[in-house]
Design a protein around this ligand. Structure first.
Ligand code: NCD
Length: 306
């Protein structure tokens, strides 16, 4: 058990390890048959205490495509959490049934607590407003595959930068690459937390905080759109007031570079008009596909099979 490795934050892998992981994901994409039996006889548990479509299904699809099997729950109400069981006890139980576990939880840090008690690798599949490392791996693989690099670009992150865990995770991961400029586009109430801007200042990394999406559109190489995180708001009025603050339309896309990419972790609510979906720069559904390949690569790596 000494070699047991978990994934809690994108920083748990060095940039060299990430390169290896992304090479593997690209190879899986090209040669799926080569990996179809890699996880024969292995079981992935998906323990989801919070709603999910893409993350849970892409983990499950990833494991099936590796020849493994899947068990788990998609709703805390249908697990013993409803009876008051702790995540520590749940993971000890799950460790008896599965070889690896992906866990999503509304409480920040819950997957870390689980990992500390687990005898199988635990993957943080999103913990409250904190981190979402496998979405970040998805985002990085998408950028690397479509742009050919993970350095030297200006990225705009737009929407709910306060509660959006995908944003927090992605910023954390990108600061390790050369010459990245961040433009944070949000209303005053949904600004990126101070701990992130303090860290950027400390490290001398360039960032701007702006309200207008239109004004910064021409500068961007990447635009990362996010939805307003309704479930993390304290009151519904604030949500209603802020939910349609940004809507990316065809007209706004005309202000952008010809090779700018639009990413979104999804689910989309209103923040990208469906008319943008046909624009070749809109890559959010490709991103979903990359999410499955990177999860295949991650499962294989954490199980020591890659
Ligand atoms: C994100 C999440 O759950 O944080 N979705 C995802 O996993 N792809 C983003 C969101 O819910 O807005």
């Amino acid at each position: 058990m000494n070699n047991l490795r978990h994934l809690m934050s994108p920083l748990d892998f060095s940039t060299e390890e990430l390169d290896k992981l992304f090479d593997l994901a690209n190879d899986i994409e090209k040669n799926p048959a080569k990996y179809a039996h890699l996880c024969d006889g292995k079981i992935l548990a998906t323990c989801f205490y919070e709603p999910s479509t893409r993350t849970r299904l892409s983990f499950e699809s990833a494991m099936y495509n590796l020849g493994g099997n899947v068990l788990g729950f998609s709703d805390a109400g249908s697990s013993s959490a409803a009876k008051g069981e702790s995540v520590s006890d749940t993971i000890r139980t799950v460790s008896c049934f599965a070889d690896i576990c992906a866990m999503r939880h509304p409480k920040e840090g819950a997957p870390m607590v689980a990992a500390s008690k687990s005898s199988i690798p635990v993957i943080n599949a999103g913990d409250g407003g904190h981190q979402h490392p496998t979405q970040t791996l998805t985002d990085l693989l998408t950028i690397r595959s479509l742009k050919g690099r993970l350095d030297n670009f200006t990225i705009g992150l737009c929407g709910d930068l306060k509660f959006g865990r995908t944003v927090h995770s992605l910023i954390n991961a990108l600061i390790r690459y050369e010459n990245i400029t961040f433009i944070f586009i949000s209303p005053e109430e949904l600004k990126v937390p101070d701990y992130i801007t303090d860290m950027l200042k400390d490290k001398g990394i360039a960032y701007e905080e702006v309200i207008s999406l239109e004004n910064c559109m021409p500068k961007l190489d990447l635009l990362y759109m996010t939805r307003v995180q309704r479930e993390r708001f304290f009151n519904e009025e604030d949500y209603v007031r802020l939910k349609d603050f940004y809507i990316l339309t065809k007209a706004k896309m005309q202000l952008a570079k010809e090779d700018m990419l639009v990413l979104h972790p999804l689910p989309r609510v209103n923040e990208i008009s469906v008319e943008v979906d046909d624009d070749p720069r809109a890559v959010y559904f490709k991103q979903v596909q990359y999410g499955m390949y990177v999860r295949m690569a991650l499962i294989a790596t954490l199980l020591g099979l890659a």
